[in-house]
Design a protein around this ligand. Sequence first.
Ligand SMILES: Nc1ncnc2c1ncn2[C@@H]1O[C@H](COP(=O)(O)OP(=O)(O)OP(=O)(O)O)[C@@H](O)[C@H]1O
Ligand SMILES: Nc1ncnc2c1ncn2[C@@H]1O[C@H](COP(=O)(O)OP(=O)(O)OP(=O)(O)O)[C@@H](O)[C@H]1O
Ligand SMILES: [Mg+2]
Ligand SMILES: [Mg+2]
Lengths: 227, 227
Amino acid sequence: FISTEDLFKIYKLGDFEINALRGINLFIEKSEFVAIMGPSGSGKSTLMHILGCLDRPTRGRYLLDGEDISLLDRNSLARIRNSKIGFVFQSFNLLSRTTALENVELPLLYNGNSSKDNIEKAKRALSLVGLEGRENSYPNQLSGGQQQRVAIARALINNPAIILADEPTGNLDTRTSVEVMDIFQYLNKSGITIILITHEKDIASYAKRNITFRDGKIIKDEIVPNP
Amino acid sequence: FISTEDLFKIYKLGDFEINALRGINLFIEKSEFVAIMGPSGSGKSTLMHILGCLDRPTRGRYLLDGEDISLLDRNSLARIRNSKIGFVFQSFNLLSRTTALENVELPLLYNGNSSKDNIEKAKRALSLVGLEGRENSYPNQLSGGQQQRVAIARALINNPAIILADEPTGNLDTRTSVEVMDIFQYLNKSGITIILITHEKDIASYAKRNITFRDGKIIKDEIVPNP
Ligand SMILES: Nc1ncnc2c1ncn2[C@@H]1O[C@H](COP(=O)(O)OP(=O)(O)OP(=O)(O)O)[C@@H](O)[C@H]1O
Ligand SMILES: Nc1ncnc2c1ncn2[C@@H]1O[C@H](COP(=O)(O)OP(=O)(O)OP(=O)(O)O)[C@@H](O)[C@H]1O
Ligand SMILES: [Mg+2]
Ligand SMILES: [Mg+2]
């Protein structure tokens, strides 16, 4: 379903290079629930951006549902991103001049659905993450954890086949984190593939498989007993 | 040293109000190490902004080192912020068009020090948080945890009397978090007052006192046995 072949990502910074990914071979099947852990700067977000079709590797191949992503043009990439993938960014990436509701609605606009349906769906997604009543607030009127939850709601709105979540509970207290992980677990049981980056072992234990990064390489890949 | 009297913060959003702080009475002595926990949206960052002289309460008083902050004009507030307080923001607030080094140097410029000293100090602060070699990178060339560490280095650069850190390890793996908390512990032993917001019990246990928020109020305030 998701497979990478010897993936490399090299950033050139003036006279030195950063080898963010150094030969990643990863195979993730449909409906898996994978947690990725590893030190700061070890390449986790870089991999997520490539898996999310937001970035291209320097070398190597990425096949998503059998398609070689490097052969697709920008429009096809955008279509895949919008229809198949929900992305929760490490720094939320909310639009600051639109409300929580409008931020969550945004992915639906590309599908040309009726606007009335969109508003209902977005309201329900916000209510699911505990933000009922705050639909018309702007990001700078929301706490860090509330912004994070808007980002999560936005990633779920299109019923994507794959959810990529980068530190989705980094700004959430324990109880709210559990609520969010329960949502992810429920979605996974209904067939959605979930890949999440976390630095917290409690969060990683919700997944059925844990992958550990170090210096741009995968150094451990194990099945979790009894998530 | 730090004392608040019946602090209120009320945000007006159209036809409803958010009571972010509902009567906070807090007394923190010099050189204390306090951790603040509580649900998302419970008022923690709002309190930190008032303590950091970045925001004013709607009602109530805030006395810092004996001075009533509400009586100070904008220039005096800026001077206190720059000389006495180091702030690590929940969303980092780095300047995107300046390098890591320049971001860390910024607080020093207000003190009119020699530029050669500043560069040395900033380099040492970045090295302390493990970012040696990345001085000339821009924030968008750094991982989430690397940006967080630049924000931490910037907060330490002026040798402030008080450090206010809002989720300083939210994007850091366990080992890097320990390195950061060791820095805070070391600074606290040398007399610096530290107030940090966290949602992780392991991080809160580095502090000698834990305060718990809920719905804009302090519901628990206890000394931690053996931090
Ligand atoms: N500028 C604003 N306008 C309106 N409401 C605001 C504003 N800033 C904060 N709030 C609201 O005040 C409440 C407290 O926010 P605060 O940022 O202090 O929470 P927090 O405890 O830091 O939460 P988190 O753990 O999610 O970061 C929240 O309901 C938030 O939406
Ligand atoms: N645009 C860029 N230009 C140069 N270097 C980059 C760029 N983006 C990322 N890097 C570097 O690539 C490495 C991996 O970054 P990445 O964001 O994948 O780390 P991460 O594992 O997500 O870290 P964290 O846990 O701190 O979020 C880091 O050293 C980072 O500085
Ligand atoms: Mg990252
Ligand atoms: Mg906050």
